[in-house]
Design a protein around this ligand. Structure first.
Ligand SMILES: [Fe+2]
Length: 259
């Protein structure tokens, strides 16, 4: 989330990479640049920190210079797959990792989809079409990021895709849920993974502004929190490459204070 989130990533990701030695790292890129979308410069900075793939959501069309990458099948950044045909970008991306190919898909929920800059299709219909179109050889993992609102939506999409993909990881709320688990069919699921950014904030925004707006005193624009206690919220998924399903999912949460 914004500049502070990028700073936290620089501070925490190298240590996490050294400790857990992940084969690939995926980040939500939806709020990277001033809290809305991601530009080319920040994309490059985060890639150099060791992020291999980027997902997105309703703000992905905000920054013009990133848009050509959405069309490029080799650029590891997704736009929501359930944006209708005719929008910029291909529906999903295939990442080349040291262990093999990983399919990365973003789906947008229908609640946030209604208010998005571009209306989204039904994610259940579109994910069926994508999974049917994937031809052998099977990827070592298929990761679905569900950018949505209601907990019911997030739980149902996990169960809908259980046994069909490696992981279904929700976000968009910025608040981690306490339900990281392996579903009965072998898919890793968490309703919301939370965020990387200012912990004592309203989803990364200064709380004081939100309170003044809520009290009807001032309609100020959002200011991102850029100091104080931070959080780094993520999941570690252990993938069984022989099945394309998950053995384990672990929610990892780090926090600290700016120096
Ligand atoms: Fe969002």
């Amino acid at each position: 989330m914004g500049k502070f989130g990028r700073w936290v990533t620089e501070r925490e990701l190298p240590g996490l990479r050294a400790e857990y030695e992940p084969d690939f790292v995926i980040a939500q890129a939806e709020n990277v640049t001033h809290g809305s979308g991601i530009n080319r410069q920040h994309y490059g900075e985060l890639k150099r920190l060791g992020i291999d793939g980027f997902t997105s959501g309703n703000h992905i069309f905000k920054r013009e210079d990133i848009q050509p990458l959405l069309d490029d099948p080799a650029a590891p950044i997704t736009r929501p797959a359930n944006y209708p045909a005719g929008n910029q970008g291909v529906p999903y991306k295939t990442l080349s990792t040291s262990r093999g190919e990983v399919i990365l898909i973003t789906l947008m929920g229908q609640i946030v989809g209604k208010d998005a800059d571009v209306p989204a299709n039904n994610p259940l219909h579109d994910i069926d079409n994508i999974l049917q179109a994937i031809r052998p050889p099977r990827p070592i993992a298929t990761i679905v990021n569900f950018h949505g609102d209601y907990s019911s939506e997030k739980v149902v999409i996990g169960q809908y895709l259980d046994g069909k993909v490696t992981a279904v990881i929700g976000d968009h709320w910025h608040i981690p849920t306490a339900d990281a688990r392996i579903l009965s069919g072998g898919t890793a699921h968490m309703s919301d993974v939370g965020m990387v950014g200012a912990r004592d904030s309203s989803l990364g925004v200064d709380t004081e502004i939100i309170v003044r707006r809520w009290r009807g005193e001032e309609q100020g624009s959002n200011q991102l929190s850029e100091r104080g206690t931070y959080q780094f919220s993520c999941v570690l998924v252990d993938v069984d490459e022989s099945t394309g399903l998950a053995r384990d999912i672990q929610h990892i949460f780090r926090s600290g204070v700016t120096g």
